[in-house]
Design a binder for this molecule. Sequence first.
Ligand SMILES: Nc1ncnc2[nH]cnc12
Ligand SMILES: [Zn+2]
Length: 342
Amino acid sequence: MPVTPTPLPTAETPLPTAELHLHIEGTLEPELAFALAARNGVRLPYADTEALRRAYRFEDLQSFLDLYYELMGVLHTVQDFEDLADAYLARAAAQGVRHAEIFFDPQAHTARGVPIGTVIEGLGRALDRSEERHGVSTRLIMCFLRDESAESALATLEAATPYLHRLTGVGLDSAEVGHPPAKFAEVYAAAGALGLRKVAHAGEEGPPAYITEALDVLGVERIDHGLRAMEDPALVDRLVRDRVPLTLCPLSNVRLRAVAELADHPLPAMLAAGLLVTVNSDDPAYFGGYAGDNYDAVREALRLAPEQLRELAANSFRAAFLEDDEERRTRYLAEVAAHRFA
Ligand SMILES: Nc1ncnc2[nH]cnc12
Ligand SMILES: [Zn+2]
């Protein structure tokens, strides 16, 4: 019987990373959307996957969110959510993701009559098998929709209490401008009292003051995006001093026109300022790439050096909610340090 030699790491081995800013509903590829639509008898207002892909032209965050919420109408059963998460984990693993902290938007499903238990159960099934199937460790973060009421967020946290063992933290997403973090002070305090970790989107389209408010009023430990922090030097000093991680999403920023083009992205300036920045994919099915694609794109457009890419990857593991498994964090960091680029 011939023995298959263990392949040596090749130049193509992807950089090992943690993905910390990923909306699972934003991983719904057109092919899976049509398959689930057929399975659930849902009619999509697009002729085929190509017609749907052609709709992926966004003016801003809201124009994306309109399609994002429409398309998730194909998700109904435990199996649908399991299939969605499993497909993401397979793609992420192929691009070097070793650890994924996954956002989901329960209110977008409960508003359509899908119980929160269906969502968490389905995602949980995929996450339970992720290490064995894909070699990816996972955490689950439940997001509140900031353009819904504070009462709705509180009711969502209450509805999630039977599933607390599945949740690592809470987040805040959806339309940012006009919905400042302080609106959600009560639900964040309640989540903290339940032992949940706290993150929030801030400074994607909203002003730097929303970042300050998320830190001061909500007590968040990481800022999702934080792109506009650079407009406030005192805030940058604070974020550097307190080692507050920022989960940047470069391809998302271009698609949603937060930056004109990738070459204009402030990521190199943020690294140079000493900020703990990470690279993530946000909604990869919509924005043209998964985690590894985002690393490849910034490497090329911003001419990042190997040590800068390793720094970004190391930051992702430093910023991960891995306090319950420091041994794993150390192992991942060693993998990053040992990584050699082509
Ligand atoms: N980039 C983003 N900003 C805010 N909410 C979101 N929900 C999904 N993607 C988002
Ligand atoms: Zn996001």
